[in-house]
Design a protein around this ligand. Structure first.
Ligand SMILES: [Zn+2]
Length: 153
């Protein structure tokens, strides 16, 4: 049984098997997190929008109305990056999209690129996504597809 390199608690075998050497405590995650911040924004009734970048910057843009939460005066609905509760099915009313859609969601792409930037292989990305964000349905094949195209940003 491996122990967390930070707090010494026992690591669950499943987590150790995924290559983690620290436990799931939120503060440990934040301490070890080296990638860009991923912010999940609830946008109307469409799928979650995910932005990758500085969270302060994202917050300012959100407060300036850039993400257009038009059906609510409540402002941004902030949630931790993952896991998020399931969204109700889209009703068909979608915001116009400037960039041609790819056969995967922005959220799937953000997660794959985040893990790719951390040096994980498509197989490892799929394994971690299955544990951490199972509702996104990220497969090894999808990870390969996403990593094979040029990032939009
Ligand atoms: Zn720990």
């Amino acid at each position: 049984m491996l122990s967390c390199i930070d707090c010494g608690d026992e690591l669950p075998a499943e987590r150790a098997g995924l290559g983690y050497r620290y436990c799931t405590k939120a503060d440990r995650q934040a301490l070890r997190h080296r990638g860009p911040a991923v912010t999940v924004l609830g946008v109307n009734e469409s799928a979650d929008a995910v932005t990758v970048g500085d969270s302060e910057e994202t917050r300012r843009r959100g407060e300036a109305g850039e993400f257009g939460r038009k059906d609510s005066g409540l402002g941004l609905d902030y949630r931790p990056p993952a896991p998020a509760p399931s969204e109700p099915a889209a009703t068909g009313r979608r915001e116009p999209v400037a960039v041609p859609r790819r056969p995967w969601s922005d959220q799937q792409e953000a997660i794959v690129r985040l893990h790719h930037d951390m040096g994980l292989s498509p197989r490892r990305i799929a394994e971690r996504a299955r544990v951490n964000v199972p509702r996104l349905g990220i497969t090894e094949r999808l990870a390969v597809q996403i990593m094979s195209v040029v990032p939009r940003r």
